[in-house]
Design a protein around this ligand. Structure first.
Ligand SMILES: *[C@@H]1O[C@H](CO)[C@@H](O)[C@H](O)[C@H]1NC(C)=O
Ligand SMILES: *[C@@H]1O[C@H](CO)[C@@H](O)[C@H](O)[C@H]1NC(C)=O
Ligand SMILES: *[C@@H]1O[C@H](CO)[C@@H](O)[C@H](O)[C@H]1NC(C)=O
Ligand SMILES: CC(=O)N[C@H]1CO[C@H](CO)[C@@H](O)[C@@H]1O
Length: 833
């Protein structure tokens, strides 16, 4: 009990409204539970009839793929029962729950527990389940609201008449958004399970994963979550953790649920044929859920923090690769980019710029002259981003490697379970290394000092923080993990290798915030804010941070890319799903490695990827060591010209994209979004993940297949215009798929009538394009109207919005006239455009 730990497993059973097919039970089974409503009673591998029945559950096979054969019977011997009436609290009420019986699935069950409800805002409710007799680890994210009365709230929380379920309803429609039977609730030392029924199968989110579709497959699918250095593979847990889902209700309202927990977890989703569906999830000790009920703007992000405002240059095209291996090769690459005049703003420097992969050094042989090269890049209006890894070599000659010696002196590393000796592992640098514990304020001091000093060596504009899951090239630190409960819990969710230590540190390692068991998936998150702050301090400008590992709320400080993807057509296609999901997670500044990271790319794949990637919010071509070069200038004239033309479209629309980032920063919401987001009442759009929108108005419908010269594009009900010709698409193309022509040099792009998009003549860098004339694209709807806005500032000063140093105009077009309303006129530079 003294230890703070948690592991959980949450089963969410989603049942759609209306008559249900497929509710029939399996003929041979003694149970009256329909196959598709089964909840797994043996979530760890190795179930047998014997082990199943020993735990009081029903064993019965099934033909339904992945359906559990061991499941809870109707009269489950588990769960909790309510004791007494709810007691009023400041912002809601709380009630005590007692365990019903002595049976235990994984031991150490906790009883009583408290179920507490807070009416935080009229659209946001938080409920918590906690142990009233022990202080357990909680994710250090403050999510609070002013509080409203039950009458003011747009939702209603109640226990069913027989007190066996608690439900959350949307008041205006009566739709049940959450319905948890107390018999399915588990709350033990290292296992927590909660199940719920949600009102439809239009469920999105849960990350970070490579999902094959944006709308989830609900056929007993499980997605484990636990930060991991793992190239994207279906079902594998990847770099970050976002236990958030959004559900579109049958009447096109939507709500989101955040299961705020940092332990290893594994939501599983299943459904009963047409109607019932089940999502199973898993959460920790200190679960806190958010039900945000909003009608049109899904992630208002009010609770977790809104995304940072990227610098304008950060919206330019970016180039990277691991394995230039010398400044000469890099310089050649840059020179050919210039020769073809391909728009290009940012150069990234992966670990090969370092001396023997040591942080805060550069290779003075192969990259001799790098500081001067940074200056040349700057002079040409470009920016430089350097990579830094979260492991520090400990075996360098004494007196030669200050980052280690200073850190050692300051006591900044993650420690072993003894709390005093540093955890030692192996990663990129030679010899062994230690891991900075960024949750420790002393580590932040150390990191800040080193990053500031390094700025005098290489004049960087941004920092890329990689490998911060944290990655360690072994199972646990040297000499391996002790065989204890914390390192080997009785249940491990369906994460790769079913190990909490594989490719990282032992769960019993000590960080300032708590045991690694609880803080593992917060490692990258805890590194992000200090890095954001030091980049701001070092540059005196709006910071650029790119983090591989992210958690709830990371978007406040960082960009993200989808990791070490493959140069495959499948990955090209799935990148759209990834960028739409990260927009739901509040990290809109997102992209995938254009042309793919692993494997050699091909001419056609890379060309189609340059076209799609030209519309990623974070647009970067990046490549792994040992692969053929894949920058857009290396494939010859035709390729370069097509890439240049597509990027020039991006650059001309950057004022629109920048305005969308402003909206997201100030009001929350997405930058890139699915068609479902804008046309929610059209069920066809719920499944579409091959096309996407910038804001409300700009549709990108890329080619995603080899040798394809056409695309099937779905046109939701609106007036659409072909971006290239300005012509209306035929008015008969409404709510249907139409085949459009997409030769190699073209990515289909459409503008939605009713909107005004600001644009600016493109140039080779944003430094130059920002000086060019502006224009407006006015696309009228059927009534001859349109509206839009433009946000503009100097592009890289800190807090221009907070300091009101910006220009904001609203445009309205009707009856043949354009009306401009200047909302804010705080930026001088806007006068000359
Ligand atoms: C890069 O190439 C340009 C053009 O050939 C040359 O002028 C410049 O000196 C080179 N810079 C470095 C650091 O090699
Ligand atoms: C780790 O150990 C060092 C001493 O080596 C100590 O100064 C530091 O406070 C410890 N940190 C944690 C989080 O235990
Ligand atoms: C990629 O191409 C290079 C150069 O042709 C070759 O040496 C390498 O083996 C290729 N890699 C793969 C994975 O095929
Ligand atoms: C091309 C691509 O980016 N594919 C996948 C890469 O990995 C992420 C996970 O971070 C997926 O979401 C992408 O779809």
């Amino acid at each position: 009990m003294a230890r703070m730990r948690s592991l959980c497993f949450l089963a969410v059973v989603l049942a759609a409204l209306g008559g249900c097919l497929g509710e029939e039970q399996d003929a041979q089974c003694p149970s009256s539970i329909a196959v598709r409503k089964r909840i797994d009673c043996h979530p760890q591998p190795g179930a047998s009839q014997e082990s199943c029945e020993a735990r009081g559950c029903t064993w019965c096979s099934s033909d339904v793929p992945n359906a559990p054969w061991c499941f809870f019977p109707e009269d489950s011997p588990y769960g909790y029962a309510r004791s007494g009436n709810p007691e009023q609290t400041d912002k809601g009420w709380r009630v005590t729950l007692n365990k019903r019986q002595a049976m235990s699935l994984f031991g150490n069950d906790i009883s009583p527990i408290v179920f507490e409800v807070e009416f935080q805002t009229k659209d946001r409710l938080r409920f918590r389940l906690y142990d009233p007799n022990a202080q357990r680890f909680e994710v250090p994210l403050k999510i609070d609201g002013p509080g409203v009365t039950a009458e003011e709230a747009n939702y209603e929380v109640e226990f069913s008449d027989d007190s066996t379920h608690f439900t959350i309803k949307r008041k205006s429609t009566g739709t049940v958004l959450w319905d948890s039977p107390l018999v399915d609730l588990f709350f033990s030392s290292q296992f927590l399970q909660i199940t719920t029924t949600v009102p439809s199968t239009s469920v999105y989110g849960f990350g970070e994963h490579e999902h094959p579709t944006f709308k989830h497959n609900m056929n007993f699918v499980t997605y484990g979550m636990y930060a991991r250095d793992q190239a994207p593979t279906s079902f594998a847990n990847l770099y970050g953790v976002h236990p958030f889902y959004m559900c579109v209700e049958p009447d096109a309202n939507a709500h989101g649920v955040l299961l705020l927990n940092s332990n290893a977890q594994g939501p599983a989703l299943a459904r009963a044929q047409q109607c019932a569906a089940e999502a199973e999830c898993q959460c920790g000790r200190n679960t806190l859920l958010r039900a945000a009920l909003t009608s049109s703007e899904y992630p208002s992000l009010q609770a977790i923090g809104r995304p940072h405002m990227p610098a304008y240059w950060a919206l330019g095209f970016q180039l990277s690769r691991w394995g230039y291996n010398s400044l000469d090769v890099l310089n050649e690459t840059v020179n050919r980019m210039k020769r073809y005049d391909i728009p290009y703003d940012v150069q990234h420097y992966d670990i090969d710029y370092m001396e023997r992969r040591l942080d805060f050094t550069y290779d003075k042989v192969n990259f001799a002259g790098l500081p001067e090269f940074f200056k040349e890049m700057k002079k040409s209006g470009r920016h430089n981003v350097v990579i830094l890894d979260p492991f520090i070599a400990k075996d360098e000659e004494p007196g030669t490697y200050r980052p280690y010696e200073l850190g050692q002196e300051m006591g900044v590393w993650v420690n072993n379970s003894d709390g005093v000796t540093p955890a030692v592992g192996q990663a990129w640098p030679p010899g062994d290394c230690v891991f900075p514990d960024y949750s420790n304020p002393r580590t932040v001091e150390w990191w800040t000092q080193l990053c500031l000093e390094f700025k005098d060596v290489l004049d960087y504009d941004g920092i890329w923080i990689d490998m911060n899951e944290p990655s360690n090239f072994m199972r646990g630190q040297i000499p391996g993990c002790a065989d204890t409960e914390i390192n080997n819990p009785p249940f491990i969710p369906s994460i790769t290798d079913r190990s909490l230590a594989e490719k990282t540190l032992c769960p019993d390692s000590k960080t300032y915030l708590g045991e690694h068991y609880n803080t593992h998936s917060l490692f990258g998150w805890s590194q992000t804010e200090p890095t954001f702050n030091v980049v701001q301090q070092a540059t005196g400008k709006r910071p650029f941070v790119l983090s591989r590992s992210t958690f709830v709320g990371s978007g406040k400080h960082t960009a993200h890319w989808l990791g070490d993807n493959f140069s495959l057509w499948k990955d090209l296609r799935r990148s759209i799903i990834g960028i739409m999901e990260f927009n739901l997670f509040g990290i809109p500044y997102i992209g995938a490695d254009i042309c793919g990271f692993n494997y050699n790319t091909t001419y056609e794949l890379c060309l189609r990827w340059m076209q799609l990637g030209s519309f990623y919010p974070f647009s970067r071509n990046h490549n792994s060591e040992g692969n053929i070069e894949q920058d857009p200038a290396v494939f010859g004239d035709e390729f370069a010209e097509i890439s240049r033309a597509t990027l020039r479209i991006r650059y001309s629309l950057l004022p629109y994209l920048y305005t969308l980032f402003y909206e997201s920063h100030v009001h929350g919401g997405t930058v890139v979004r699915s068609l479902m987001h804008e046309f929610t009442s059209d069920p066809e759009t719920h499944e579409i993940d091959t096309a996407f929108l910038w804001g409300s108005a700009f549709m990108i419908a890329p080619v995603l297949e080899e040798e394809a010269r056409t695309v099937e594009v779905y046109f939701p009900d609106a007036q659409w215009f072909d971006y290239y010709t300005g012509r209306k698409v035929p008015s008969s193309w409404k709510k249907g798929y139409y085949t459009v022509y997409a030769p190699l040099d073209k990515i289909p792009l459409y503008i939605r009538g009713g909107y005004i998009l600001p644009e600016q003549a493109p140039a080779t860098t944003t430094t130059e394009s920002r000086l060019n004339p502006f224009g407006l694209i006015i696309a009228l709807d059927e009534r001859g109207k349109a509206s839009g806005s433009l946000f503009w500032d100097d592009g890289d000063s800190i807090d221009t919005i907070e300091n009101e140093n910006y220009f904001l105009a609203k445009y309205k077009f009707s009856k043949g006239h354009l009306k401009t309303e200047i909302v804010k006129d705080g930026y001088r530079g806007a006068d000359t455009l």
